[in-house]
Design a protein around this ligand. Structure first.
Ligand code: PHE
Length: 342
């Protein structure tokens, strides 16, 4: 008995000090101690030679011995697995890792966020709605009934199985949806993707992005509209930007206007981008037409409001000096990754 215990002690020391260098040496360890013909089995087999009154103590010692060998095997196996199955080559865990490419924001997203953020400072909140829309929310409720000629300017894509369903041509559909909730006042900004049946070229695409805005309350006037938009362009393009409003026509606003800013490239002198005029058109706007308010169940005698809408791609082209709108949707990371720091 003494002799066996001292052997067990020696083996225990061997186990404790064992470190596997690779999967092979670990396997040898396993066979030597835990195998069918291994030391742990052999030592346990000595039980039959132990006097009856010592069997219990011997059994406990042997269980501890077995556990020691098993635990050593498990921890060494984990370590060797971590080393990649373990050639004898050691891995230095303190070395810096392989960097993961992190991506960057899309230039259209960057521009949209800049626009939205400026209006948020004026307490506008973001509202969103569906890109696949019905005729009512995209056209009819906006005072563009079925045969209205202005529909031609916003020709879009229809479902052949149900022509009443279309891809929205502007985010004004979100304005209608918000007005229909009739929780006044409304002060929202509607960013999103829109579609038009247009020939794809360097300057136009069949889909693009817009940010539209809507403010409805009692006593909202054209002066509020001008001041809001003036604040916006100064925040966006700088203190020295000039603006001008030109009378225009939209079926859903009356009066309507288009707003130009002084060309940021030539500072108003005239260049190729502003077609020698010194001005760039950036948005359409106007006072919400009473028919639109009525269509949404809002009393036009009590409430008035203004609306505006602008594209996102055009100002992004200007800001980042990009010459072809198609680059935005070609998904070439070499192009896309250039703008996050700009
Ligand atoms: N919905 C118009 C367009 O897409 C823009 C606009 C919005 C004009 C609101 C006036 C008022 O062209």
């Amino acid at each position: 008995m003494e002799e066996i215990l001292s052997q067990v002690k020696a083996y225990s020391e061997e186990i404790t000090s064992f470190t596997a260098t690779d999967a092979d040496s670990l396997e040898q360890f396993r066979i030597r101690f835990l195998g069918v013909k291994g030391i742990v089995k052999a030592m346990m087999g000595e039980m039959k030679n132990v006097p009856v009154d010592q069997k219990k103590e011997f059994g406990q010692t042997m269980n501890g011995f077995k556990q020691l060998a098993e635990e050593k095997f498990t921890t060494e196996k984990e370590r060797i697995d971590l080393m990649g199955g373990g050639s004898s080559e050691q891995i230095d865990f303190t070395l810096p890792g392989t960097p993961m490419p992190t991506g960057s924001r899309h230039p259209v997203t960057l521009m949209r966020n800049r626009i939205v953020e400026i209006f948020q400072r004026l307490s506008f909140t973001v509202a969103e709605g569906p890109e696949i829309e019905d005729d009512w929310h995209n056209f009819t409720a906006l005072n563009l009934d079925e045969n209205h000629p202005a529909r031609d300017m916003q020709d879009t894509f229809y479902l052949s199985t149900d022509p009443a369903i279309l891809l929205r041509t502007h985010t004004s559909n979100v304005q209608i949806r918000e007005m229909e909730k009739q929780q006044l006042p409304i002060r929202i900004i509607c960013p999103g993707r829109v579609y038009r049946n247009e020939t794809i070229s360097a300057r136009s695409h069949c889909f693009f992005h817009q940010v539209e805005g809507l403010y409805i309350d009692e006593n909202v006037s054209f002066a509020d509209l001008k001041q809001t938009l003036y604040f916006f362009v100064r925040e966006m393009f700088g203190e020295d930007v000039k603006v001008r409003f030109r009378p225009s026509y939209f079926p859903f606003t009356e009066p309507s206007a288009e707003m130009d800013i002084s060309c940021q490239l030539c500072k108003g002198d005239g260049c190729a981008v502003c077609k020698r005029t010194g001005w760039l058109e950036i948005l359409g706007c106007g006072m919400v037409h009473p028919n639109v308010l009525k269509n949404c169940g809002i009393d036009p005698e009590k409430y008035t409001g203004f609306a505006f809408g602008m594209g996102v791609e055009r100002p992004a082209l200007l800001k980042y000096g990009i010459t072809d709108i198609r680059l935005f949707s070609e998904n070439d990371v070499r192009f896309l990754e250039q703008f996050s720091g700009v």
